[in-house]
Every structure is written in C-alpha cells, then in structure tokens.
Design a protein around this ligand. Structure first.
Ligand code: FES
Length: 254
C-alpha cells in the first residue's frame, strides 16, 4: 500500500508556532556567557580596579591576587585565582533545576520544547552517571551562599576609595550584582526545600512557615532572576575589566 502522508509518530512536531526561538535564544545567551566567563577567568589580569573586584575572582583566595579577600592559598598558586572559586557558581548554575531544563532542551534537544520529539536519543534521565551528579545541587547552594556573602563584602568595599568614602558607578554596579545574585541564590528550589519544604506540616513550625512562604514568593520568579543575574554578573566583570585596562573611567557620584 502506498504511503503518502506521515503518521503522528513520524513527524517531529505538529506545532506551528515559533517553538524553536526560545531554545535558540538559550543557546546564544548561555553559550556566549560560558565562552566569555571562561576567557575572563583564564585572563588572570584586569580583574581589579580599586576599589572594585570582579565577581568572577571573588573571593580572591591566593596570596598573589591583585586584591586578596581571604589568603587561604600561598603564592605557589600561579594560575588564575578565578579557577579556585569559579567552580562554585559554575556548579551551582549547572545543577540548577531551571538551567537543567533550559540546557537539556536547547543543547541536548531532550526534548527541544513541549510536544516536540527528542533530538537526542540517548538521554536516559538523571538516575545514572553523569546526570546523577545533578543531585549535588543542594551542596552547591550552601557553597554559593558563602560566595554571595563575599560579593556583599566586595560591594561594601566598593565605597572605600583611596581618598576615603565615595560612591562611583562601579559601586552601584557591584551593589546591584550582589543583590541580583542574592535573589537568584535565595529563590533556589533547594533553598525552598530546606527552609520548610521538607516538612509534612507547618503546624508546629510557624517561623519556618513564614520563611518558606517568603522563599516561595521569590521562587516563583527564579527563572527571571537566573537570567538577569547571569547577564549582570558578566557586565560587572566587563565594567571592572574595562576600567582596569584604562578603556573607560569610573564616574564618581559622591
Ligand atoms: S534551583 Fe536554580 S539555583 Fe537552585
């Protein structure tokens, strides 16, 4: 019998809308971010323009940093200090529940969108290596929270200019960066679980209920915070980098 039309099992999707735009945007934005961050981290230069420290290098842990935050590693470390710290935010984002959805769809095509057939045939879920490692997200949350504390400390130090107290555009850039990364970190699904989501009842834990409720409200916008904090942290590094290279000058507001 001659076959003149595809069955529903043979077509990739019956969707007629622009479903491919979202995964394409994720590939472009996330891919550009990864390329830029890797390049900036390996530069080992132009990451400090007093009083501003790039968030990609914070906290600066080796004693030969341009601006040491915490001297845990001796001067024997002669690679970029960003390598010592960047694995924490990278691991936090890579194992994030939202980003998992975004990059499984966009980079692996598993599936590219709702009601669209998988491109990758070999995706077997998160029960086996290497994707079973995604379960480490809750531990990355704790480590990333520590990094956020240092980013706030950097934002406070950004008021301390060589000639005393002041506020520059860079001060505001670092403050916004710490704020956005706090929103992203504390709207995390693991944070929500730890703040009370693990309880069967809130009856005996009214304080936990209030915290869980506040985190749940943040959690509703986790995707938004994920993207704006990602873009802003890259722009913050770029701002400090261009200042340090002498390409631009900081504007002193106070
Ligand atoms: S779920 Fe996205 S940071 Fe935890």
């Amino acid at each position: 019998m001659e076959k003149n039309s595809l069955t529903i099992d043979e077509v990739r999707t019956l969707r007629q809308d622009l479903w491919w735009v979202e995964p394409l945007l994720v590939v472009v934005v996330l891919g550009s971010f990864v390329v830029y961050t890797t390049w900036a981290a390996l530069q080992n230069a132009y990451y400090y323009a007093a009083p501003y420290l790039s968030p990609f290098y914070s906290p600066c842990l080796s004693t030969n940093c341009a601006h040491v935050s915490l001297p845990l590693i001796g001067s024997w470390w002669n690679l970029s200090p960003a390598i010592l710290i960047l694995w924490i935010p990278a691991g936090f984002r890579a194992t994030c529940y939202y980003y998992r959805k975004a990059y499984y769809r966009s980079f692996f095509g598993a599936p590219p969108a709702c009601a669209v057939r998988d491109i990758a045939r070999n995706y077997t879920g998160e029960t086996r290596f290497p994707f079973v490692l995604q379960n480490m997200h809750r531990y990355f949350f704790w480590l990333a929270s520590l990094v956020v504390v240092f980013l706030w400390w950097d934002a406070i130090l950004a008021f301390r200019f060589p000639d005393g107290f002041g506020v520059g555009i860079g001060t505001l850039v670092l403050l916004v960066n710490a704020f956005l990364l706090s929103l992203y970190s504390f709207s995390c699904h693991s944070c929500r679980h730890m703040c009370g989501g693990h309880l069967d009842t809130f009856h005996d834990s009214p304080a936990k209920y209030r915290i869980w409720e506040a985190v749940s409200r943040l959690n509703e916008h986790h995707m938004l915070y994920a993207w704006i904090s990602l873009i802003w942290v890259a722009l913050t590094d770029l701002y400090v980098r261009l200042l340090s290279m002498g390409v631009i000058s900081d504007v002193r507001l106070i």
